[in-house]
Ligand binder design. Structure first.
Ligand SMILES: *Cc1c(COP(=O)(O)O)cnc(C)c1O
Length: 364
């Protein structure tokens, strides 16, 4: 195995889930495992965490299919946009469809009827994200129509927040109010078994208890990372990732001998420069050049010179470092927030960009 790998602490994830559960009870928890479990590695995370999850959320049908193929039998909601022609695979793999338009509702009813089965769906309402879903002001006829789809099990109804992690919750509260208005349909119509209602992502789990309803959908906080710096940290969660590598080369570089492509950096006096066998093709962003820091032998040092596709250099100055020495790129004092800041992005992108080329090692 290559010396660059991602260590994933599974017990941390379980503890995070337990802490979230304690906070939101009696609401259930949908564990969001999209995007390769936010970069953590779906093949290790899903089998371990599935027994503790009430529901699993993914973005794509393919992600749901993959979970079925590795033996996950918990209910799985595919939350992202789905095309009508993809509906048959939902039936084939027992995936729950997010129905975000009257057209998709028709396609789902038709496909389920043709397969002589009942397909589980969650109705998607757009309360102010302007992404997918039926606008709350057009939801009445949509909900009405769903009641007459005899081949669909209308198991859930949900919406998604655009700003729940902000200190100012005005927009989130407006979305909540709109969602509540939509839900009043079920009382007015005295529907005997109203669907599971869910709305809260991580920001809302932390800041908006009124939005828990029957189930919550935490993603980033399940992985121990808070959604943004300003969010209230009302649940304790801890990161589970350590991105490790080892020194692959060590040499002294003289002033006047710039390091790496573009010759962007050179030392002022002779300095020991070590090469780390990891690069932007692994998700160690090129745009972190001359900004990132890494830990070599337990101490933080600056990354120097252009980050290459498969390697980058670190200046350990007058210190000693030799081939094989331990390196940490992320974890142990280097946070997702650090990576996000160096790369000019958010914590989500920093984690989900760690590419499949980096082996995942699961520990407990
Ligand atoms: C990704 C996603 C979530 C989880 O969001 P976090 O901010 O990571 O908690 C919840 N709901 C939907 C619909 C999503 O797409």
């Amino acid at each position: 195995m290559r010396p660059t790998y991602l260590e994933v602490n599974l017990s941390r994830l379980k503890q995070n889930l337990e802490n979230i559960r304690t906070k939101v009870a009696p609401a259930k928890v949908m564990t969001v495992l999209k995007a390769n479990a936010y970069g953590h590695g779906i093949d290790g995370v899903a089998p371990y965490i599935a027994p503790y999850a009430d529901y699993i959320g993914v973005a794509l049908a393919e992600e749901g299919i993959h979970l079925r193929e590795i033996g996950i039998d918990k209910p799985i909601l595919v939350m992202g946009g789905t095309l009508p022609e993809q509906v048959p695979v939902f039936i084939q793999y027992d995936l729950t469809l997010a129905v975000s338009s009257p057209e998709l509702l028709d396609a789902a009813e038709e496909a389920a009827q043709a397969a002589r089965t009942k397909l589980k769906v969650h109705l998607k309402i757009d309360t102010g994200m302007e992404r997918t879903g039926v606008h709350e002001y057009e939801a009445g006829p949509f909900l009405e129509k769903s009641l007459s789809c005899s081949h669909l099990g209308i198991e859930g109804i949900f919406s998604h927040f655009a700003n729940s992690e902000m200190p100012d919750l005005i927009h989130a509260k407006l979305q909540l109010e709109r969602f509540n208005d939509v839900l009043s349909f079920y009382e007015k119509r005295s529907v005997p078994h109203p669907p599971i209602r869910h709305l809260a992502n991580s920001g809302a789990v932390l800041q908006l208890p009124e939005s828990y309803f029957d189930m919550v959908r935490p993603g980033v906080m399940f992985y121990g990372v808070y959604p943004g710096r300003e969010v209230k940290r009302t649940v304790e969660v801890k990161p589970a990732l350590t991105w490790r590598s080892r020194v692959a080369y060590s040499k002294v570089t003289q002033p006047g001998r710039p390091v790496s492509y573009g010759s962007l950096w050179q030392p002022q006096s002779p300095a020991r420069i070590v090469t780390i066998p990891c690069g932007y093709a692994d998700g160690y962003f090129r745009r972190m050049t001359n900004r990132a820091q890494v830990i070599v032998n337990g101490k933080k040092y600056p990354q120097v010179g252009r980050i290459c596709m498969d390697q980058f250099m670190v200046n350990v100055g007058d210190d000693d470092a030799k081939v094989g020495d331990e390196v940490v790129l992320f974890g142990e004092g280097i946070t997702a927030e650090d990576l996000a800041e160096w790369a000019g992005t958010n914590e989500y992108e920093a984690m989900t960009s760690i590419s499949a080329r980096v082996p995942r090692v699961f520990v407990q």
